[in-house]
Design a protein around this ligand. Structure first.
Ligand code: URA
Length: 206
């Protein structure tokens, strides 16, 4: 089955992981992308933000959360009293999954399957082992399921600190792209909810 495990080096730091991840063939998603989008940040980071998968701009630039959802996220992180520069930022799945529209120009984001997220989990585990964050923020359902299991539901579990992998606490919240997708009437409340959950994560830092 799909599994990134064989590509994950047994030793070395984040730089070694990043280099190895560039060649990952653990699932078929690498085929149509520009490249692997690995996590970014310091091993000293106390907070890890975990998204779903890179988007179009992230795939082009090779960095997580540098597109529209990233702008929403970083504004919310800052407003919640967390230092965006002190957070390690990554995704549950490290390649962009998309379909191409009729004329083959626009790349339309597709959510990863549980299988693809499971295949990519060894990379997230390796990041967790090296960064060893105190608090993990799961952004949306894919990150939540990857970190907490397939029965995870955002609506039920968001905003409540939970025990997560590697001894970390996990706070789940909505994905920042849900703020962008919300109707005009709902957008402000969705954003406020994101900030509120991130504040909860900030209070867990002792
Ligand atoms: N959405 C994500 O989940 N991750 C990114 O890096 C960008 C958009």
């Amino acid at each position: 089955g799909y599994d990134a495990g064989p590509w994950v080096p047994a030793r070395g730091g984040l730089a070694a992981l990043r280099r190895a991840a560039a060649d990952c063939r653990g699932c078929p998603l690498y085929r149509d992308t520009t490249g692997t989008v690995f996590g970014e940040g310091e091993t000293s980071a106390r907070v890890m933000l975990v998204g779903e998968e890179p988007g179009d701009q992230e795939d082009r630039r090779g960095q997580p959360f540098v597109g529209p959802a990233g702008r929403v996220l970083m504004r919310a992180v800052d407003e919640a009293g967390l230092d965006p520069a002190q957070a390690y930022v990554t995704n549950a799945v490290k390649h962009f999954k998309f379909s191409t529209g009729e004329r083959g120009k626009r790349r339309i984001h597709k959510p990863p399957t549980l299988r693809e997220a499971g295949a990519c989990r060894p990379w997230l585990d390796a990041e967790l082992r090296l960064v060893d964050p105190e608090v993990i923020v799961a952004l949306g359902a894919t990150a939540g399921k990857s970190l907490l299991g397939s029965s995870f539901r955002v609506t039920r579990e968001r905003g409540t600190p939970l025990d997560g992998p590697h001894g970390a606490r996990v706070v789940a919240t909505i994905h920042p792209s849900a703020v962008l997708r919300a109707d005009d009437a709902d957008r402000e409340a969705a954003y406020a909810g994101l900030v509120s959950d991130l504040r909860t994560a900030a209070t867990l830092l002792t």
